[in-house]
Design a protein around this ligand. Structure first.
Ligand SMILES: C[S@@+](CC[C@H](N)C(=O)[O-])C[C@H]1O[C@@H](n2cnc3c(N)ncnc32)[C@H](O)[C@@H]1O
Length: 276
């Protein structure tokens, strides 16, 4: 039987391939041009929802090539520390930080080992767009969030909506539920594709990946069980990638359903505070 480590190893290989493609930013998906010009490339949702970051120490879980980590520093954070388990992503993030002249730390580790890698006492954990779907065990994730935050520290989360993650298009381009809303740890969903989500034509060598769907109650529940309180929770009609091919790109870099489609939430975001 395959173990978590087997699934993670396959995923790591896929993320290494994708990091090498993403850092070239041929399609402009990561907006590296603006980042290199000193501008934050956070999406409109988090740009609007994040509080004033001045003076804050931020741990960024699943930082990938560091674009958001560096943007948080541009937004005024006192220090930023990115963590990702793809060595290629971390190497690109470090180099990108140097190129941008932004002081940021990047660590190569699993989310589950965040405290060992980053230490504690952070004001905020930031984690967005492509996060929990790669994790089999949300208790371990929530414990890592709890351990790195100081009392009163906050987690900011934004990602695809769990409802949306159940869906696919059928042959008539109708939206249908295809995936269970909650995946067992030992039997993740298996995906196979030779491309990445940025629209690049470049092919990846590691075509297989494994993912886990998690329900809303499970995601919030693991933090509530550790004494966190909910500051806000929002659902959104947009997301930053073309997850379903019927989505239309808007000028704000976000993708939305076509007007003739009954609406459903494409993404969600929340802020929670650790008890003092
Ligand atoms: C979609 S990306 C992160 C999204 C980020 N907002 C971005 O696009 O720059 C997902 C990242 O999660 C990382 N990742 C997946 N599983 C992980 C794990 N168990 N521990 C740490 N990082 C992980 C991958 O290496 C990848 O860089």
């Amino acid at each position: 039987m395959e173990t978590r480590e087997d699934f993670f190893e396959v995923n790591r290989s896929g993320w290494n391939d994708r990091a090498d493609i993403h850092i070239k930013d041929e399609t402009g998906f990561y907006d590296l041009e603006n980042l290199r010009a000193g501008k934050s490339v956070l999406y409109p949702i988090e740009t609007k929802e994040l509080p004033d970051l001045t003076g804050k120490r931020i741990a960024h879980f699943q930082c990938h090539i560091g674009t958001d980590t560096l943007s948080l520093k541009i937004r005024g954070a006192a220090s930023v520390c990115g963590l990702d388990f793809s060595p290629k992503a971390v190497a690109h993030a470090r180099k990108l930080g140097e190129q941008c002249g932004i002081d940021a730390e990047f660590h190569d580790a699993s989310v589950y080992d965040a405290y060992e890698a980053l230490g504690g006492d952070y004001d905020m954990v930031f984690t967005t767009w492509g996060t929990l779907g790669w994790l089999d065990n949300l208790d371990k994730w929530a414990q890592a969030v709890t351990d790195v935050l100081k009392p009163g520290g906050q987690i900011y989360f934004a990602d695809m909506h769990p409802f949306c993650l159940m869906l696919e298009l059928d042959e008539g381009s109708r939206v249908v539920p295809l995936y269970d809303y909650d995946s067992p740890k030992q039997t993740p969903l298996r995906f196979e594709t030779n491309v990445t989500y940025t629209g690049s034509n470049e092919e990846v060598e590691s075509t297989v990946s494994y993912g886990w769907n998690h329900s809303v109650s499970k995601i919030l529940g693991v933090l509530l069980a550790r004494g966190f309180t909910l500051d806000f929770l929002h659902e959104h009609d947009c997301m930053p990638s073309r997850f379903l091919s019927i989505l239309e790109r808007h000028d704000d870099r976000m993708f939305r359903l076509p007007k003739n489609q009954p609406g459903f939430p494409l993404s969600w975001s929340f802020m929670m505070t650790k008890s003092v």
